[in-house]
Design a protein around this ligand. Structure first.
Ligand SMILES: [Zn+2]
Length: 297
């Protein structure tokens, strides 16, 4: 009935119901971080590779080459940087990416990094039925577990596209956490239809995403608009403020976006600044969530 009404005609119960589908519940900001660290530093990489183009139909050989760059150059360069500085991170990998590059996932897990769910083929969840989304999520989890040898405990929805079914499926799967929403800067418990779901959110933000500043599409008006030094400045200010607040510095990058010679230094500089503080905890998203859940409230 309400579908036919304009939003300004909806009864209060309707708009309240929409808002309450998925909501931030109690804060899970921990009282302290491990070993007296002042701040948690959580890097993440979404290894989309060719799946962005495949999701859109797979017609562009050129855009698939760009995706392959992410696997061929981006991930090895990122992995070498993390190894040099002894930093562990989280990689969210569509199952199709993992099947195209199983050795990449195995090497990352061996180096201590986390592999999390990132859809089957980078599909948009909001276009799926509950059954379709659930089947893809279970299939993706199985594929990652088989390839990496470890069952993933966290999900980042492709394109941070969260459907009305996503949280229910995460809860049913017993996932520890989600990292696709942005109602806070600290971890929080997700509410499903107003009730605690048991699933923790480790929030992301567009402002801390490399794609926002660097994405490019030859056939659209989309062009990179921020010089790398300015992107570093934004990320660095995010880190410094998180440090002052004793909070989490969380960053989302993509191997086919940040992996370039003129950009990878942004991550190295951030790590150097954080290491110079002497009391920053570098951790995977899973570790941050486990700690926050156990040491808050
Ligand atoms: Zn992605």
């Amino acid at each position: 009935m309400n579908r036919e009404l304009h939003p300004w005609q909806w009864p209060e119960a309707h708009w309240r119901g929409l808002v309450n589908q998925v909501r931030a519940g109690r804060s899970l900001k921990p009282k302290s971080w491990p070993d007296g660290a002042r701040c948690a530093f959580a890097l993440s990489f979404d290894s989309d590779h060719e799946t962005n183009e495949l999701r859109d139909g797979g017609k562009s050989i050129g855009r698939m080459a760009w995706g392959q760059y992410g696997a061929r150059v981006g991930v090895p360069r990122i992995a070498a940087l993390l190894r040099r500085h002894d930093v562990r991170a989280s990689f969210y990998v569509p199952a199709v990416s993992a099947m195209l590059y199983p050795e990449e996932q195995k090497a990352l897990v061996e180096a201590g990094h986390e592999i999390g769910i990132h859809g089957w083929i980078h599909e948009l969840n909001s276009g799926l039925t509950y059954d379709e989304e659930r089947e893809l999520m279970l299939r993706s989890s199985d594929a990652l577990a088989k390839i990496s040898g470890k069952r993933p405990v966290g999900l980042r929805t492709p394109s941070w596209d969260f459907s009305p079914h996503t949280l229910r499926i995460e809860k049913e799967m017993g996932l520890l956490y989600d990292s696709s929403l942005m109602a806070d800067e600290d971890c929080y418990e997700l509410l499903l239809d107003g009730a605690p779901s048991g699933v923790v959110e480790l929030p992301v933000e567009w402002v801390r995403d490399d794609a926002v500043y660097f994405m490019m599409n030859r056939f659209q008006a989309q062009r990179p608009y921020t010089p790398p030094a300015d992107v570093f400045d934004i990320f660095h200010r995010e880190f410094e403020a998180a440090y002052e607040e004793g909070a989490i510095f969380q960053l989302t990058c993509h191997p086919h976006i940040i992996g370039y010679r003129s950009r990878i230094w942004i991550l190295e500089e951030l790590i150097r600044h954080a290491k110079a503080k002497k009391n920053v905890w570098f951790a995977t998203h899973e570790e941050v969530v486990r700690w926050a859940k156990a040491h808050s409230g």
